[in-house]
Design a protein around this ligand. Structure first.
Ligand code: NAP
Length: 321
């Protein structure tokens, strides 16, 4: 099966790339091994996506993008991409079901939550340890929970959890939050939230479910126990870069370096969204990356038309150069 562009990942970056590529007349396929929408799909309130005066859910935004991409005839396949290979200028995409050829690839596989890697975390995941307040928050009505981390995710999800929990601790390893000011101010003003500064978790305890956490205060060097019913972990994200990791330059956390056209160092392979090295990870920057990657891929295909004729790939679907 042959395509002009294969997009891997159907979060905001992949969906935006699909809209731009398919609307630009490229034969476009999007591979997604789980749900369309990516990480943002579990965010209840997105307040900063331009065009929505009232907050909008991550699910609603991405579902609209999905419908829009399908309107322009982007194909969606629920398949897991196992490998990307090269055959001359063509890209070979091997999934758990088939092998595909495409002239260009846009990698938009996003990121996943970082684990704390403390005793009890793995054993009690799903039994009080969670990485998704939107999914599990309602289970903690009237209960006490701890949120670990000081970034946007931790603070926003702590605020969300106050809808259900009677008490929400934010445990942060420093004495200053990383989250944007507006979120910080809301957290400081919320009576249900208490911030425990300069502290890290040593372990999560409980027989069948979370009962308590052990904290180490880095300033006073004291250890204390805190009784909680749930622990929500938001200590950053890890890029899903397995398909290209060893073949493209990445920063020290594994986020892929691209140029301003979202091009990686491999001709015709682009990367977009949370997986790339950048200063701001938001839906609005992910969709911008996706648009840039699709626009640039189209240009790259046209410029390299002759290479594809040599390798017998059809270029019928390409617009006039
Ligand atoms: P993040 O910004 O990387 O923050 C991770 C937080 O966890 C930091 O406060 C960090 O502490 C702490 N941390 C890291 N490792 C730790 C460890 N081992 N033990 C204890 N604490 C640890 O990650 P994020 O909040 O998940 O956000 C990811 C990206 O998405 C960011 O670019 C963020 O801006 C973006 N985002 C945006 C929105 C929004 O705009 N509405 C919402 C969510 C996320 P230090 O501060 O000391 O490093």
């Amino acid at each position: 099966m042959e395509y002009d562009v294969a997009i891997i990942g159907a979060g905001p970056a992949g969906l935006s790339a699909a809209i731009y590529a398919a609307r630009g007349g490229l034969k476009t396929v999007v591979f997604e091994n789980a749900l369309v929408g990516g990480q943002i799909v579990v965010t209840q309130d997105v307040e900063n996506y331009p065009g929505f005066e009232e907050s909008v859910s991550g699910y609603d935004i991405t579902e609209k993008m999905h419908t829009q991409a399908k309107k322009f005839d982007a194909e969606f396949r629920t398949e897991e991409v196992k490998a990307i290979g090269l055959e001359g200028f063509c890209k070979i995409i091997e999934t758990n079901k088939n092998t595909y050829r495409a002239k260009s690839v846009i990698l938009a596989t996003g990121a996943h939550p970082r684990k704390l890697q403390v005793p009890g975390e793995e054993r009690l995941t799903g039994r009080g340890v969670s990485y998704c307040a939107t999914c599990d928050g309602a289970l903690y009505r009237g209960k006490t929970v701890a949120v670990i981390g000081g970034g946007d995710s931790a603070v926003e999800e702590a605020l969300f959890l106050t809808r259900f929990a009677k008490k929400v601790y934010i445990i942060h390893r420093r004495n200053e939050l990383r989250a944007v000011q507006i979120a910080q101010q809301r957290a400081f003003a919320n009576d249900k939230i208490e911030i425990i500064w300069d502290s890290v978790i040593q372990d999560i305890s409980g027989t069948d479910a979370v009962e308590s956490i052990t904290l180490f205060n880095r300033t006073t060097e004291t250890v204390s126990k805190l009784d909680v019913d749930g622990v929500f972990i938001y200590v950053g994200i890890i890029p899903n870069n397995g398909l290209l990791k060893s073949r493209v330059p990445c920063d020290d956390q594994g986020f892929i370096f691209t140029d301003e056209t979202c091009h990686t160092n491999i001709p015709g392979i682009y990367a977009a969204g949370d997986i790339i090295h950048k200063v701001l990870r938001q839906v609005v920057t992910a969709v911008a990356d996706g648009a840039i990657a699709a626009f640039s891929a189209e240009k790259w295909i046209v410029e390299n038309e002759a290479q594809f004729i040599d390798t017998n790939l059809t270029i019928d679907s390409l617009p006039e150069a």
